[in-house]
Design a protein around this ligand. Sequence first.
Ligand code: ATP
Ligand code: MG
Length: 141
Amino acid sequence: LQLTFAILKPHIVKHPIALEEIRNIILTSNFKIVRSKRKTIAMREAEEFYAEHRDKFFFNRLVTFMTSGPSDLLILAKENAIVDWRRLMGPTKAYKALFEAPDSIRGRFGLSDTRNATHGSDSEESARREIGVFFPDFDID
Ligand code: ATP
Ligand code: MG
């Protein structure tokens, strides 16, 4: 069993139909929701979470968007959770998601490269770090 960390980003949490649909995708894909909390991410948390992107041109718009309203923060569990969740999400970039994976979550619900609907950890090491940012009391071992 593997854990991954997912975020349903602010534009999704604001949209009841998209939110319900993504929650359905999660459950019908056999993920277990191990922890879930809705919260508006603080600026210092967003900056820590996305530290690897600090020098990118989109960093400011990314952290501004991610702190703009409540997100759903989820710890998901399943065999191959990391790869399976990223496959369900589809490509990061909106035009790729739309043209190459129109049935993926980002293909269906992504609005732009920044507002791309969801986050998913890219490795076990990232999952561990990211869970620690938002669920510091969660005992991962
Ligand atoms: P995530 O880490 O959110 O699961 P990812 O690993 O596919 O997505 P990263 O390269 O880690 O993508 O980028 C992190 C986030 O930064 C993306 O989810 C997106 O919101 C934003 N982002 C990435 N590339 C761009 C870009 N070119 N323009 C605007 N925003 C971007
Ligand atoms: Mg990433």
